[in-house]
Design a protein around this ligand. Structure first.
Ligand code: C2E
Ligand code: MG
Ligand code: MG
Ligand code: MG
Length: 280
């Protein structure tokens, strides 16, 4: 047992060293990638009604690493958040989305709402609202064309500050969603105080909603809460007809998931958008 413990410790140490080295490389690589301009890009995933009518898009970041290939934001966003790189990446996301919306408007597509994920660090940085507001003016885009998604956990840090920034965003016409809802520890008392519009039910509850009583009950409870607070619900990660049927029966408003559409490039997603006028 003693020998085993020692081996485990050695392995543990080796893994720690490896992990630290990788993280360090990635931070350097991220800086290079941002400077190179062509490694980070946005894909878009539709949000739809139960009968597959488009209600909006979510912008999701991708990193095409020159050696390691495509890296998931679930891996590089947390890392970026340890430094100020997150602000640069987040501003890149906002800029890219607004440029894309301007192109779609210029091509005669009907108004489309695009949700952008914002981490806690950027939300409370003091630079988010001026940055967005300047770009909306520069591109002549209404605030109602974008939505901000904030994960529930972020609210734990400083509720009053979050409410302040959210209110500033709302006054620009921007809607606010609570992402991954159910995974954080929101107290219901302050959920009521937040100037939010949408609850996104986390995929982890959607996965088994039709086969697990507990997960089904959690989804139903979140939907009821949203109805009572007059918020819209989005079910994340819907993959099957059974999940959809369950969620529809319980009154969920909108859906996002591979059952309907995977995230894709602006060019592919564009085919789902409607032209305002056939004359264009
Ligand atoms: P999220 O905001 O909760 O986004 C939903 C994630 O679920 C996306 O993963 C999406 O591709 C995935 N997804 C959607 N439908 C399905 C489905 O039916 N099945 C499965 N298996 N997955 C589905 P993605 O794109 O890997 O993003 C992961 C997380 O990274 C996002 O979770 C978000 O928190 C973060 N992220 C992505 N882009 C950005 C960004 O531009 N800025 C920031 N700050 N965070 C971002
Ligand atoms: Mg999101
Ligand atoms: Mg989410
Ligand atoms: Mg999620």
């Amino acid at each position: 047992a003693k020998q085993g413990g020692r081996d485990n410790y050695q392995i543990f140490k080796a893994e720690m060293g490896h992990q630290a080295a990788r993280d360090f490389d990635h931070e350097q690589d991220m800086r290079k990638g941002i400077a190179a301009k062509d490694q980070f890009f946005m894909v878009y995933q539709p949000k739809v009604t139960a009968d597959n009518q488009l209600v909006g898009l979510e912008a999701l970041m991708r990193w095409q690493h020159p050696q390691e290939g495509l890296i998931s934001p679930a891996d590089f966003i947390p890392l970026a958040e340890e430094s100020n790189l997150i602000i640069e990446l987040s501003e890149f996301a906002i800029l890219t989305v607004l440029e894309q919306i301007r192109r779609w408007l210029d091509s005669g597509y009907e108004d489309v709402t695009v949700a952008i994920n914002i981490t806690g660090k950027h939300l409370v940085s003091g630079t988010l609202v001026p940055y967005i507001s300047e770009l909306l003016t520069r591109f002549d885009i209404e605030g109602t064309a974008i939505e901000i998604e904030i994960t529930e956990g972020v609210l734990l840090t400083d509720v009053d500050r979050c409410i302040e920034v959210m209110s500033d965003l709302k006054s620009l016409g921007i809607k606010i969603s609570i992402d991954d809802f159910g995974t954080g520890y929101s107290s219901l008392s302050y959920l009521k105080r937040l100037p939010i519009d949408v609850l996104k039910i986390d995929k982890s509850f959607v996965d088994d909603c039709a086969i697990s009583l507990e997960d089904g009950e959690i989804c139903a409870t979140i939907i009821n809460l949203a109805i009572n607070l007059e918020l819209t619900t989005v079910a994340e990660g819907v993959e099957t007809q059974e999940q959809l049927d369950f969620l529809v029966a319980h009154g969920c408003d909108t859906y996002q998931g591979y059952f309907f559409h995977k995230p894709n490039s602006a060019q592919v997603i564009e085919k789902l958008l409607q032209r305002v006028s056939t004359l264009v």
